[in-house]
Every structure is written in C-alpha cells, then in structure tokens.
Design a protein around this ligand. Structure first.
Ligand code: GLP
Length: 245
C-alpha cells in the first residue's frame, strides 16, 4: 500500500486522474470502478476537464459502480445509479449504456441473484483496471461494514447506524429517509481490481485512515484489507493524514 499526502483535494484529483490517463493511453477500452460519496467528486471534475481538453477519452471505456441502496426508486436522485450518472457520466464521454451499478430493480432476479449477476458482469468485462475508492468514517469501503468477511463477493448488506447518520446529509438530514439495506461489491470483488486509488479527505476520516494503514488486517476495519493489495495507493489531504505515525 502506498501513501501519498497531498496539499489539497484538487492535487489529489490530478494525481488520481494522471494514473487513469496512463492506463487509458495503453488500453482505450479500460474498465473503471467508480465510487459515490463526496471524496471522488473532484476526480470526476478533473476527468471532465481532461476529456474537454482532448487529453483523455473514455469513449471506449466501461465502468462499474461499487454499490447501490435497496429501497429507493430507480429515479431517486440519491440512488447511486443516478449519482454516478450526474457526477461522472455527464462530465465525460463514456457511453452511459456501458456504465453499470448493482441493480436491485430486476423483477426476474432475487437480490442475491442480482449480486451474482453483477460479479459475472464485472468478470465478463475482464475485471476492473482502476478502482476509485472512498472510505467511510467507520473504515468501510463500498458498503462493506465492519465485521464482514474479507473475501466477500457482491452481496446484500445492512448499513450501520453510523453510516446512515453519515449519509443523512444526502437526504436533507433525515435519518429515517436513508435506506437500511444495500447491494455492494464485496471486499474480495474490490481486491480483484488491478489498481486501486483510495481518497480520504478531512479530519473526520483520520481515525479510519490510521486503522486502515497502521492496524492489523481485520474485519473490524474493512479498508485494512487493502494492505494486501499489490497496487493500491491511498491519497490523503493533511487532515486525513493527521493521525498517522
Ligand atoms: C458511502 C459509500 C462509500 C463511500 C463513503 C464515504 O457510504 N457507499 O463508497 O466511500 O460513503 O463517503 P464520502 O466520500 O462522502 O465521505
């Protein structure tokens, strides 16, 4: 696991997008793993700038989102499919039909079958070349909450109260509006990405970042599994890095 402490969110976005551009130059049909939350927003803006400047095209790329709420209508603005559409797809030249998220709205499939189908779709695309990740304040990645197995596949998950409180800001502060269940790529699924860039910003992430980097690899901090990844970089602003040794 490599650690890069950079001065600002904008500097982190440039560093992450430089990595993605390097992959795209060799493999125009790259497979990108995209995350929701506020941490990757500057990355999506920077991707948009590069596409506009003509130094990057994602026209042949495809993308897979990490997770999705269960219980929101598909057109709900906070459904992760909609967030990815708004924050990522609309800024770049990727074909929206080649962007997928775990889909709980398939009447022919149970939620568990939809999860298995999602793992098959990622495998059929050849796996993820570059996975963008954030981290929850409790150390979760995607929606893999503390205590789950480190080798899980895409599965139906329960959100912790802490995560629902953290995410209530996207639902006008109303905790009751935040779903309790989700579909999420598992830690085993995420670990198969060939390269990973995790972004953590602000002092609210400092404890989780410390546990991820200095703690033992343990389900109590799901992100700690990234210590075992051969090509993962953690990008931190000074506040998120403030509790590191
Ligand atoms: C959500 C998402 C995660 C994300 C986390 C942190 O729970 N499922 O993928 O990393 O929030 O979000 P933020 O970047 O807004 O702090």
């Amino acid at each position: 696991m490599q650690i890069e402490v950079l001065s600002s969110e904008a500097a982190i976005a440039v560093a992450v997008v430089d990595q993605i551009v390097a992959i795209a130059e060799k493999k125009p049909n790259l497979v990108l793993g995209v995350a929701t939350g506020s941490s990757p927003l500057a990355v999506y803006q920077e991707l948009g700038r590069r596409v506009e400047a003509g130094t990057l095209t994602l026209a042949a790329a495809s993308a897979f989102a990490l997770d999705e709420y269960v219980g929101l209508p598909p057109d709900h603005p906070e459904s992760y499919r909609q967030v990815i559409e708004r924050e990522f797809v609309s800024r770049v030249d990727i074909d929206s039909a080649r962007v997928q998220a775990p889909n709980p709205h398939r009447p022919e499939l149970s939620l568990e079958e939809a999860c298995a189908d999602y793992d098959r779709a990622i495998a059929a695309a050849g796996g993820v070349d570059y996975q963008i990740l954030g981290i929850g304040s409790d150390g979760h990645i995607a929606f893999n909450e503390p205590g789950g197995p480190l080798d899980s596949r895409t599965h139906v998950g329960e959100l912790t109260l802490q995560t629902r409180k953290d995410n209530a800001r996207f639902f006008e502060g109303e905790l009751a509006a935040v779903p309790t269940r989700c579909l999420t790529q598992g830690l085993g699924t995420i670990m198969e990405a060939r390269q990973i860039g995790l972004i953590a910003l602000g002092e609210g992430k400092a404890r989780a970042v410390r546990n991820m980097i200095h703690g033992t690899v343990d389900p109590s901090c799901p992100a700690s599994v990234l210590q075992r990844h051969p090509n993962a970089t953690v990008y931190l602003d000074p506040a998120a890095a403030s509790l590191l040794d």
